[in-house]
Ligand binder design. Structure first.
Ligand code: JFZ
Length: 475
């Protein structure tokens, strides 16, 4: 997972530090605000982040031309993730264009699509408007390499999705790759040229970078003004020609297009790994960290973050990937992430016909059934100091501590002692809200349980408390 960062040379790290120092010196007396790419009070930032922090659960959609070969080129399986087939399979542009000519998702129905996300309990959707292959899912005026002009489908996918998201009340967000294997400014670097070469890293042709930055800005303007996304999720910033200053500039550009927009941390580079964030002393751009295929052990305290993860082992659809995670695993991931204060961006890879694979649908609908009953214990909650408990996890919101019990014990549930007074307890799945008995002292805390767990994956107990949860010191 470190391959993308080892190309960050000492020189560029040094230059970033010089730039950081310059920004700090050049601006106001408050170093924490001065360090931010766009000046904003903590209260304004909280207000801008609010919908996203409350949402906790979103759908990632990797969809594009790569869903046509779906992991197979010239009769052979190509290794790696589906959306990387052009690079991993060394497919030249003329050959890739043949897949473009076959992209005709007649079964795509935006209403069904959005309903699937909503019924899973997801509050937002992040779709690949342009992945590394450069293909655009909307009618871009600055490129013909898009769904309307180059495919037999001819319809604008983002338009259909944005209309439907508005109708059904799902927050629409856009993924956009900085690295572009198709744009004339770049070409895939030959192996050995860079530490990352062979990894699909692009090289920038001499004198063409400004053209490409203008192209990206024109596209982002189209995306923001025509479809009104709530957040932009950048990627592919690890290419050696993209700098920290470019990241700051692009971040500022996005905020200028729509001041309330959120932007992920991959707009910028120079951070260590994908956890990296807009730290108080660091002038890095980006509103939240993006751990990938990973849940940080204790979360990322003091920082907004979102783990993106796949349901099988690929983002873009692959016909031979049947390694589906269980609903139990996915749901426990959602709870684990919420208990650490993060968001879960769970991916689906639609087929070239335009449908989410049935294995994904099945799991999403099972998660949705759980969310129908227990969503209150996820949305708008925050991390707790309870951490990883032998029986499960915990989340909280003012006045309530939610215990997510994965392992249902017989008799009673033991908790670490809590300083707040517990004023009531019940099962979230119990419509009658019958009280559960709690025994609390300075040194112990128990909840008496019925014999059977209300849910076979995660049963939620609500503890009513005064104020935010405080553990008894030293316990
Ligand atoms: C990136 C993309 O390359 C991938 O296709 C997918 O869209 C995913 C969500 O994001 O994947 C990455 C990015 C960075 C690293 C690894 C995979 N990294 O730094 O090791």
């Amino acid at each position: 997972m470190n391959r993308r960062w080892k190309s960050t040379t000492d020189l560029s790290v040094f230059l970033c530090r010089v730039a950081a120092a310059a920004i700090l010196l050049a601006t106001s007396a408050n170093p924490s605000l001065a360090a931010e790419p766009v000046k904003e009070s903590p209260a304004d930032r909280d207000a801008r982040m609010q919908w996203w922090r409350d949402a906790r659960f979103g759908m990632f959609v990797h969809w594009g031309v790569y869903s046509v070969p779906a992991g197979v080129y010239q009769g052979k399986k190509v290794g790696g993730i589906g959306e990387w087939i052009k690079s991993n399979g060394n497919i030249p542009n003329e050959e890739y264009d043949k897949f473009v000519a076959q992209f005709d998702p007649q079964k795509f129905d935006a209403a069904t699509f959005v309903r699937t996300a909503k019924q899973a309990g997801m509050k937002y959707l992040v779709i690949t408007t342009k992945h590394h292959d450069g293909f655009c899912l909307w009618d871009s005026k600055v490129s013909d390499f898009d769904v309307v002009n180059s495919t037999p489908y001819h319809k604008d996918i983002l338009k259909q999705l944005s209309d439907e998201c508005k109708k059904q009340g799902l927050t629409l967000c856009f993924y956009y790759s900085i690295m572009d294997w198709h744009h004339p400014s770049q070409f895939i670097a030959a192996k050995g040229k860079h530490p990352d070469a062979g990894d699909g890293q692009t090289e920038m042709r001499k004198g063409m970078k400004q053209d490409y930055v203008d192209y990206m800005k024109a596209q982002l303007k189209e995306l923001v003004t025509n479809y009104d996304p709530a957040m932009l999720w950048f990627d592919g910033e690890w290419v050696n020609w993209w700098t920290h200053e470019d990241g700051l500039d692009l971040y500022q550009y996005c905020r200028s297009l729509k001041p309330s927009i959120l932007v992920n941390n991959r707009v910028d580079k120079g951070r260590k790994g994908m956890h990296g964030l807009t730290g108080k002393d660091k002038p890095y751009a980006g509103d939240f960290g993006t751990p990938e295929q990973e849940i940080p052990a204790v979360g990322l305290p003091g920082v907004d973050w979102e783990s993106c993860m796949t349901i099988n082992d690929t983002w873009g659809f692959k016909q031979h990937d049947h390694n589906w995670k269980s609903t139990e695993k996915l749901l426990q991931n959602l709870i684990d992430i919420a208990s650490k204060g993060g968001n879960y961006l769970l991916n689906v890879g639609p087929t070239s016909a335009g449908q989410i694979p049935p294995e994904s649908i099945e799991r999403l609908s099972e998660i949705g059934q759980w969310m129908q009953v227990n969503g209150e214990s996820i949305y708008g909650t925050s991390a707790t100091p309870l951490g990883k408990q032998p029986w499960g996890r915990a989340t909280q919101k003012p006045g309530r501590l939610y215990l997510h019990v994965f392992q249902w014990p017989q008799g009673r549930l033991e908790l670490p002692p809590i300083a707040n007074k517990i004023t009531g307890a019940f099962l979230l799945a119990d419509p009658k809200r019958q009280p559960l008995q709690v025994t609390q002292s300075d040194s112990s805390l128990f909840v008496l349980l019925p014999k059977d767990a209300p849910d076979k994956i995660a049963s939620v107990i609500v503890l009513q408390i005064d104020g935010g949860v405080k553990l008894v010191a030293g316990k």
